[in-house]
Design a binder for this molecule. Sequence first.
Ligand SMILES: Cc1cc2nc3c(=O)[nH]c(=O)nc-3n(C[C@H](O)[C@H](O)[C@H](O)COP(=O)(O)OP(=O)(O)OC[C@H]3O[C@@H](n4cnc5c(N)ncnc54)[C@H](O)[C@@H]3O)c2cc1C
Ligand code: HEM
Length: 396
Amino acid sequence: MIGILTQETRDIVKSTAPVLAEHGTTITSVFYRNLFAAHPELLNVFNHANQAQGRQQAALANAVYAAAVHIDNLENILPAVVQIAHKHVSLGIKPEHYPIVGEHLLKAIKEVLGDAATEEILSAWEAAYGVIADAFIGVEDSMYKEAREQEHGWNFFKPFTVVRKVPESSSITSFYLKPDDGSNVPDYKPGQYISVRVLIPGEQYTMIRQYSLSQAPKPDEFRISVKREETNDPNGVVSVYLHNGVNEGDTVEVSAPAGEFLLDTSITTPVAFISGGVGITPMMSMFETVATVTPDRPVVFLHAARNESLAAFSKDIEQHAAAMSNVKTRTFYSGGPDGVITGDILKSYVDVTGDAYVCGPVPFMEAMIGELRRLGMSEAQIHYEFFGPAMQLSHA
Ligand SMILES: Cc1cc2nc3c(=O)[nH]c(=O)nc-3n(C[C@H](O)[C@H](O)[C@H](O)COP(=O)(O)OP(=O)(O)OC[C@H]3O[C@@H](n4cnc5c(N)ncnc54)[C@H](O)[C@@H]3O)c2cc1C
Ligand code: HEM
């Protein structure tokens, strides 16, 4: 992968990486400003809320810095490339986008570093970006191929009809989606997500958001379960639109299942599902799958919700649990006597020889993952999904 970079180029990239990291957020802010000025059509693809909060800036800055640190051995960052590539493929990023991003990243480095950015430094980074971009393009190309060639698969976005809309709690509603062309849907792995693209009336650009598939794979439909984000100011744009403006019979565009937060359905070792709030959605797909495929697998299902009216899927959890022979389920209401899920609670429920799946708000995930590590679980045993740009766990 690194064959085409000379030793000199690699040395320059490594020695200037800390300077770029220091200016990382400024560089990427300038980069996005110029990118969108030159290519406003890309506003159809990027999440404006993540932009406003700097989350995507941080993600890109981290990715570039990580790549630079590992420039001698880019294979080390392959797992990160694969995780990002799943997101890119779900969003429909194409090879021809890479030179555009590369051009504007280089210009931003030049603009922010000023005289410090010599021709030598710029051409070293140009070459390094080319190698990193090729790695992404290659991984994404095989992911697109797999998505396209699997039965009932497709690339990019395809229209789906909302056939049913079912409230699951006071803030979460499920949307059952079927392809408009009458075909079945591809098989997917429990834990995967799809992207939904909508053009909201009055908005200039389309908006894309990811939603985990929230039931075990079914041949003819997807189900997503969306939390209405309207307690913060400003309201969540897409989730509120889906709740208030998208009804049974309406069409949304959907991309093929992606993501690598996956349940290994072929094993029967102990497994714990630990979720907070709407982080329950991928767990429902995994839990239902275990109930149907390996009902004797030892399972723990722990869920944290603020109160009973916000706790979704209580009946489904009971129903799936009834099909299993070795299962413990418990919901914790942070406003009630049970309080939050503590390390002691995890210790009493979780078999640390198995696997644990964690999804929820970032502070919840940090706390749970930290406790699981303290109980002796390894990185390979702990699986987690961020409902936003992947971030480093700071306090775990
Ligand atoms: C892999 C994955 C799986 C997911 N699965 C699910 C799922 O199953 N169910 C689910 O409900 N969600 C899921 N999500 C989250 C989902 O993709 C959306 O992020 C969520 O629905 C919010 O989108 P929105 O458009 O409503 O909010 P946005 O408009 O994107 O806003 C998001 C948040 O940012 C805040 N915000 C927006 N603009 C600003 C600003 N200018 N300044 C400060 N704050 C601002 C808003 O108040 C809001 O709280 C998943 C995400 C990922 C990445
Ligand atoms: C080598 C070049 C690139 C790197 C290192 C990179 C890195 C990243 C990272 C780290 C994320 C966050 C992943 C996550 O959600 O966890 C991301 C997301 C994303 N990337 Fe890239 N990317 C690159 C190229 C591109 C290109 C060419 C495009 C298309 C124009 C693109 C568009 C996006 C979009 C739209 C998102 C999601 C943003 C959001 O929803 O906030 N990226 N990328």
